[in-house]
Design a protein around this ligand. Structure first.
Ligand code: OSB
Ligand code: MG
Length: 367
């Protein structure tokens, strides 16, 4: 099977509510969607890059450039029988894993649809439902955040992750812990602290957090290992883990005991599986994060999270947590803290093509 045609589009989607982290606020996503075509079958994927380089260096526009100028022109016509090797077409391109993942993940969807099996099955997933949590942005007051938590607990989420940063940390977390003594609570700092903040981060030890995600500068593996020696809360790495070498370093140095794996961040699904194997082989727990994706990206994340190794609840929330109206059907739902893994071919949800076309602000075609 060869890629006959590739269409990359950009559509703006406004979040149901603004999402604030230590890296800034996101109110709208500029979603890049790729559709591949071969033998009358389609494969879909989504780019996770944010508009500004506040999470990693990639952006919507850098991904657009790398995809339209370097990757997609050489992808057209390529054989896709082994999705894990499609990125040979991008071998000469340094970095830019989010741009590369777009091609790779659409190929996985295409090939699993062609085989008539779900992407989960094709990846070796064994879970029919996946435990999920919700990632909450910073709110104006601890009370407002507490009310939001209460709402999501009523909706059945299995745990809550909150964004923290200097001035919005210990007081907010202590208030949540007091109001919800049994809550499975995680905190994500998106690199807002340094090793000098260790005394403050030590105060978190009393709060029974499941983990603290990416408290320090990305790739500071040595500082992470020093910090873990000084705090009890398990450190989870997100931005820091992009390559297999990052995973090897983190394991070797004891920089973390948990990793938030996002296929878009690490260059795709095959790379995710390789990184996952390295980590779990060294007793590092793995779970699947999110990037405020549309239903297309979330479907891919859910398929990855169906692998047995993904034991902790993912940042994979219901469609309505992100969008008034998603671009796929059916909507993703959470029941009793779990999300059902689609069983239909490929990502198992259908893209609302008419709406996507109506929303398109730019597109580029290849093949
Ligand atoms: O750090 O995990 C993160 C969203 C955008 C960029 C980075 C992160 C996040 C989230 C939201 O935490 C996860 C989600 O529900 O998609
Ligand atoms: Mg994170």
């Amino acid at each position: 099977m060869r890629i006959e045609r590739a269409v990359l589009r950009e559509i703006p989607l406004t979040l149901a509510e603004p999402f604030r982290s230590s890296a800034g606020v996101v109110t709208q996503r500029r979603v890049l969607l790729l559709r591949l075509e071969a033998e009358g079958i389609e494969g879909w994927s989504e780019c996770v890059a944010l508009e500004a380089p506040t999470y990693t260096y990639e952006t919507t526009d850098s991904a657009w450039q790398v995809l339209t100028e370097l990757i997609l022109p050489v992808a057209a016509g390529r054989d896709v029988s082994d999705p894990g090797s499609i990125l040979e077409v991008a071998r000469g391109i340094r970095g830019h894993p989010m741009a590369k993942a777009v091609l790779e993940m659409a190929v996985w969807d295409l090939v699993s649809r062609a085989k008539g099996i779900s992407l989960s099955e094709m990846l070796g997933g064994t879970r029919r439902t996946v435990p999920v949590g919700v990632s909450l942005g910073m709110m104006s007051t601890p009370e407002a955040l507490g009310d939001e938590v209460a709402r999501y607990l009523e909706d059945g989420y299995a745990r809550v992750k909150v964004k923290i940063g200097p001035g919005r940390d210990i007081t907010v977390l202590a208030a949540l812990r007091e109001r919800f003594p049994e809550l499975v609570l995680w905190a994500d700092a998106n690199s807002a602290y340094s090793l000098e903040d260790a005394p403050l981060l030590q105060e978190f030890d009393a709060l029974g957090l499941g983990m603290i995600e990416e408290p320090l500068v990305p790739h500071g593996f040595l500082d992470y290992s020093r910090l873990q020696g000084r705090i009890e809360t398990p450190i989870c790495l997100d931005e820091s883990i992009v390559t297999e070498n990052d995973a090897a370093l983190a394991v070797e140095l004891g920089s973390c005991s948990v990793v938030n794996l996002k296929p878009g961040r690490v260059g795709g699904l095959a790379a995710s599986r390789r990184i996952c194997d390295r980590l779990t082989g060294a007793d590092v727990s793995v779970w699947c994060g999110g990037m405020l994706e549309s239903g297309v990206g979330r479907a891919h994340n859910l398929a990855l999270a169906s692998l047995a190794a993904f034991g902790l609840p993912g940042d994979i929330s219901a469609s309505r947590r992100y969008w008034e109206r998603d671009i796929v059907t059916p909507d993703f739902e959470v029941v009793g803290g779990e999300m059902a893994v689609p069983t239909g071919p490929g990502i198992g949800v259908e893209v609302d093509v008419e709406r996507v076309e109506a929303l398109t602000v730019r597109s580029a075609e290849f093949g």
